[in-house]
Design a protein around this ligand. Structure first.
Ligand code: NAD
Length: 499
């Protein structure tokens, strides 16, 4: 019997009342294991009201006390790592070690948030004018909301609420309806760490819940991560309702492989970054661009046996390279893209469709696929596949290769593999993409740097976490103060200057 999930509002589990739910699957077996309640607008408003009521007290709590909650939360994440990882794998399908990575990357944002008091300090100029001092402060915004995707149910909520709450905001998280158990558990642990009720609320739901967050006047800022069409909608709607919005979207990450690259290492990196987590990562490498025919031929020769021997298994199998996809729908979408690639003339060298795990025939598994001779006019190059499929696009020259990521509609991540410092440096400077790896396949910035793509991979202009995150979740107030020493100057009718 599938269990009923809940919302987490004002420090307590709250049952859904809308009458609408959505099934959560165990992707290993295809069984529905839980029902996510889909909140009505009124249920979302209850979450917003709880966060609004908690805001004044939390904003007035001194920054160091706020940071102490983060320190305790970090310890609780460590203590509960195994339980959280199993929960995450059982709904998402990624293997346990990868789920631990998902939690660990979130935990690192919490570590960063422990130091936010230092970044929230303002600036001060003594004697900016006669008897005048000038100082600025970074104040929290109020109630902030986060809308998160299914593929990182631990890390991405923590990207958002970790930074927002450490800055003194309160937060309403609307996680993916496909795997909401981990975000719900994170909220419980956050209360256990000492956060007052209402500082972090979780409301589950779909478009109705999202639209309520986007339009409610009590919500000051929206952070979104998901697919680009929705990201664009979130940005436009949130901004039209006067909110700050950062909205991260989809991706198509290229790996440029120069003739001088160490091909064995490149193949190891492409296999891990292309097929890990069944390709359900916004930083997955999904396009390999070998430069020159010989590089391309050698690369293909090495890739084929590696893709053929990928071990697809249960998310609980510690030997598996990757587990099932999140839903049957997602798996079928990937199979549809593979069919489209064949139809448009790409060479399908390894076909992962039709893969079944013995004894788990109803699980959402798909094998690894490899395409050669993909060209920029094909849909499988233009669009995000979000599955275990690597496309090889051949280029004759470095310039031709470098154009591909720069001209793509998405600009999340990109990597170059080479021993040539000049080529790498020029590529990193000039490529029209937000995150660049040099001999690094998944260049995800650490928590104290910031994460964000360009073009249709991100709408709005402030990245996640790092100092950019602190800027997003705070507003600057500048105070000019004068304590006169007794000299009377009379009225001045001209703008004050320092002439
Ligand atoms: P999605 O866009 O389907 O869903 C994301 C969120 O939006 C969910 O909470 C969902 O409930 C909500 N949503 C869905 N449809 C909506 C609608 N019509 N109106 C309002 N809200 C709606 O994305 P997903 O399938 O959960 O996640 C995969 C996508 O996320 C991929 O495109 C991936 O590249 C992207 N992603 C991007 C980043 C990044 O940082 N750029 C990181 C992770 C994932």
């Amino acid at each position: 019997m599938a269990k009923e999930l809940h919302h987490f509002i004002n420090g307590a589990k709250v049952a859904g009342t809308s009458g609408r739910t959505l099934g959560v699957f165990n992707p290993n077996t295809g069984e529905v294991t839980a029902q996510t309640p889909l909140a009505s607008a009124d249920e979302v408003r209850a979450g917003i009201a709880s966060s609004a009521a908690a805001f004044p007290g939390w904003a007035a709590t001194n920054p160091q006390r706020r940071a102490r909650v983060m320190f305790d939360f970090k310890r609780l994440l460590e203590d509960n790592m195994n339980e959280l990882a199993e929960m995450l794998s059982s709904e998402h399908g990624k293997v346990i070690a990868d789920s631990k990575g998902d939690i660990q990357r979130g935990l690192e944002v919490i570590e960063f948030a422990c130091g936010i008091p230092h970044l929230q300090k303002g600036e001060f100029t003594e004697g900016a004018g006669p008897d005048i001092d000038m100082y600025s402060m970074r104040q929290p915004l109020g109630v902030c909301a986060g809308i998160t995707p299914f593929n990182f149910p631990a890390m991405i909520p923590m990207w958002m609420f970790g930074v927002a709450i450490a800055c003194g905001n309160t937060f309403v998280c609307k996680p993916s309806e496909k795997d909401p158990s981990v975000p719900l558990r994170l909220a419980e642990l956050f209360m256990e760490a000492g956060a007052p009720a209402g500082v972090l609320n979780v409301v589950n739901g779909d478009k109705e819940a999202v639209d309520t967050l986007l339009t409610d006047p009590a919500v000051e800022a929206i952070s979104f991560v998901g697919s680009s069409a929705i990201a664009e909608y979130i940005y436009a709607t949130g901004a039209a309702h006067g909110k700050r919005v950062q909205a991260m979207g989809g991706a198509k990450n290229h790996a440029i492989i120069m003739p001088d690259a160490d091909l064995d290492r490149v193949v190891d990196d492409l296999i891990g970054a292309g097929y890990g987590s069944a390709g359900e990562r916004c930083m997955a490498l999904s396009v390999a661009v070998p430069v020159g025919k010989e590089t391309g031929d050698r690369l293909i020769e090495k890739l084929i046996p590696r893709v053929e021997s990928l071990k697809v298994g249960l998310s609980t199998d510690t030997d598996a390279d990757y587990g099932p996809m999140v839903t049957a729908e997602q798996r079928d979408k990937v199979a549809g893209w593979i069919a489209r690639g064949v139809e448009q003339g790409a060479d399908l060298l390894v076909d992962g469709r039709g893969f079944e795990l013995q004894g788990y025939e109803d699980g959402f598994f798909i094998g690894g696929s490899l395409f050669d001779n993909v060209t920029p006019d094909m849909d499988i190059w233009k669009e995000e596949i979000f599955g275990p499929v690597l496309s090889v696009v051949r280029a004759d020259t470095f310039e031709e290769a470098a154009k591909l990521p720069s001209e793509h509609q998405y600009g999340n991540g990109v990597a170059i593999f080479t021993r040539d410092g000049d080529a790498a440096r020029s590529f990193a400077s000039n490529v029209n993409v937000g995150m660049v790896g040099i001999n690094v396949p998944i260049p995800v910035p650490l928590a104290y740097h910031s994460f964000g793509g360009w073009k249709r991979s991100a709408f709005g202009d402030t990245n996640q976490h790092g100092t950019e995150g602190v800027k997003f979740y705070t507003k600057v107030k500048t105070v000019t103060s004068r304590w006169p020493t007794g000299v009377k100057e009379g009225s001045s009718f001209v703008i004050p200057t320092m002439k």
